[in-house]
Structures are given as C-alpha cells and as structure tokens.
Design a protein around this ligand. Structure first.
Ligand code: SF4
Length: 358
C-alpha cells in the first residue's frame, strides 16, 4: 500500500540498511508521487554525496570513432538495416579529433563505436587508445562486448575503463528489441562487465537504456547486477548511468516513458543504496534538468559533447555523419564548468592518471 507512512519507512530503511532493503520497499519509493517524500529523498542523497564525493563533479566527453554496426536494435539510428552513411575514423582523423577535443580542456575521454567487430576490430581499438592516450589523462571505451583476453590487451594499450548498457533487463522485451546480431545474446552481454573486471579494468559503468521497458524493474535488476559484481570484484570503481531513450531511431514506445520526477527518484535512490558508486549524467538530458540533477548525487557529467563520427575537428566527415542521438545540452565545456562553479561544485578534469603512462 503506497501510503506516506510506509514510504517514509522505506526511505528510512533505505538510508540505514542500504543493500539489505527489499525490492518491495524500493518499489514503494519508485511508485510514490508525494513531493514531500521526493524532497526528503533528495536531501538525504545530497548529504550522502557530499560525505563520499565532496563537491567534486568530473567532466568527460564521448568521441565516436565509427558508426558501423552489425546489430539491429530497433530503437537506434545506427542499426545495421538503416541506410545511413557509414564512417570510420582513420589514425590521422583520430589524432585530429583528440587534439580538437583536448583543446576544450577535457581530460577524460570515452571512445565509442557502433558494434561491428569486423569494421572496428580490437587492433583498431588498440591503435585508437594509444593515440588518445597522448591527449587525455584517462580513456575508457564503449564498444561491442569483448573477451577477457581482449580487454586485457586494450588495458595494456591504455584503456582505463569500459561502459556497457544491458539496455533492458526484461528478457522478453530484450529479444523483441534486438532481433539480430551478436547483441541478441542476453547472457553474453550480461557477463560483459564481469569479463572486463577479470581483465583488470579499473572502472566499469553499467546501465539500462530507460524507456525500453518498465523502468522500475530495469533499475531493480541493474542494482542486482551491480551487487553481484561488487561482491565478486570489490576492487573495481563502479559507476551507473541512466540514459533516457530518444526518438531519433524512429522508435517510439511512449508506454515506457520516464519522467523527470522518476529520474530524480532513480538518482536519489541509487545514491542512498550505493553511497560510493559514481552516477553519470549525459548530454541526452536537457541543460535545465542537468543543472538541477547535479545536486542530487551525480558525480560525472559529459560536456561539450558530439555524438557524430568526426564531430569535433574538421575531418571532412562532420557533414555526412548522423548522430546516434540528439544532444539536449549543447553548452560548451566552459559553460558547464561555470554552471558547476556557480552552484558551489568543483569541476574536475583529471580525477585519475595512469602512472605507468608517465
Ligand atoms: S544501440 Fe549500439 S548495438 Fe544497437 S544498433 Fe545502435 S550502435 Fe548498434
């Protein structure tokens, strides 16, 4: 029963018992629309974030290397069946992109590709990591799922971390949404962060793509996924990300929409349940929402982002390249930095540097 008393009890349990709280109690919070409870959640989340992260918020930017993809995710503008110009940066292009992005002050980079092993094999990723390592203090990847030995090889080339989205944890919806390609294998994807951890990657980011199925069940399943990983690989630095689906791919299933108040609940509950875990917020979100959400528990935000292949420098690809999704916060890096400072946060450009890389 969703009455105020029982939900307040759930929040209190959330604060005091964290990982031992039942899914039913978390669902009580997710289903509540009481603004007073939302405020209480936000206050507690803010206080825990200050306790564990101080006022630091790290900045990063994505760099798209390629939009070739062998999968057919029905919600994505890059899927294999779409007739869009397919592009892949060569070494000189990557160098130009990295140089242009580094000039904005960004020091933390996420390299992305569509999921095509054929077009962007591990050797290609290795080369891109080595180039990026000359310009950025830390470099992570968001590419197709790899084997443990391949992650180890990329780690040796300077890869600090990886991101993988399970998209949805609802197996039935997952099969419907991923009709072809390697990504159809739910379990292989689910085990991907485990293989990355086995290879010794320092930082792992997980998440669902909110809007593909019931967000409440997806977020609960994500928490279980994270708990399993934390138990098996306690030394890894974990972060969660909660991108919301956009309509760029022509896919529209408004039955699973996730509102702003829901997003705030997700961020706050995540902080209460996992006080030390990083929470990322991308430029998929609007400037207005990001400006508010940074105070609830977010620890890392993207800035000055382009989601087009060759989107930063004049590589000649910019005009042809389609974006994987629309950016809703187009402010440059300096404007994000100023926004954070105005709110009393410390924007952090380098929160980790590999000593071995000098
Ligand atoms: S979501 Fe990723 S794997 Fe799926 S079609 Fe788009 S780029 Fe390919």
């Amino acid at each position: 029963m969703n009455n105020t008393k029982s939900i307040t009890k759930s929040i209190t349990k959330c604060i005091t018992k964290r990982n031992t709280i039942s899914n039913t109690a978390i669902l009580d919070i997710f289903n509540s629309s009481d603004p007073g409870l939302l405020e209480q959640l936000a206050r507690e989340a803010q206080s825990l974030t200050r306790q564990y992260f101080g006022r630091a918020i790290s900045l990063y930017a994505p760099l798209y290397l390629s939009n070739y993809c062998a999968n057919q995710c029905v919600y994505c503008g890059f899927h294999a069946g779409r007739a869009i110009p397919r592009l892949k940066l060569d070494a000189a292009d990557i160098e130009r992109e990295c140089r242009a992005l580094a000039q904005t002050g960004i020091q933390s980079l996420l390299l992305l590709t569509g999921e095509s092993r054929r077009h962007t094999p591990p050797e290609y990723l290795e080369q891109a990591l080595k180039i990026a390592g000359k310009y950025f203090a830390n470099v992570s990847i968001e590419v197709y799922p790899l084997e443990t030995a391949e992650y180890a090889r990329l780690r040796a080339a300077g890869c600090d971390g990886m991101t993988v989205f399970q998209e949805t944890y609802d197996r039935e919806r997952y099969q419907l949404l991923h009709p072809a390609g390697r990504k159809r294998d739910y379990d292989y994807r689910y085990q991907t962060p485990r293989r990355a951890a086995q290879a010794g990657l320092r930082q792992i980011t997980l998440g669902p793509l909110l809007g593909l199925s019931d967000w409440r069940q997806d977020v609960l399943a994500l928490y279980d996924h994270l708990r399993g990983l934390e138990k098996e690989f306690p030394g890894v630095d974990y972060a969660l990300s909660f991108p919301r689906l956009q309509k760029l791919g022509g896919y529209d299933d408004s039955g699973y929409l996730v509102g702003d108040a829901d997003m705030v609940k997700i961020i706050c509950c995540t902080r209460l349940l996992f006080p030390r875990v990083g929470i990322n917020l991308s430029t998929r979100e609007s400037a207005a929402f990001r400006d508010r959400a940074v105070s609830f528990g977010v620890t890392k935000i993207s800035a000055g982002s382009s989601t087009a292949v060759g989107g930063y420098a004049d590589t000649g690809h910019r005009a042809e390249s389609k974006c994987q999704f629309e950016i809703n916060d187009e402010r440059p890096v300096n404007a994000i930095k100023t926004m954070l400072e105005r709110q009393g946060f410390d924007p952090v450009f380098t929160d980790w540097r590999c000593l071995a890389a000098g």
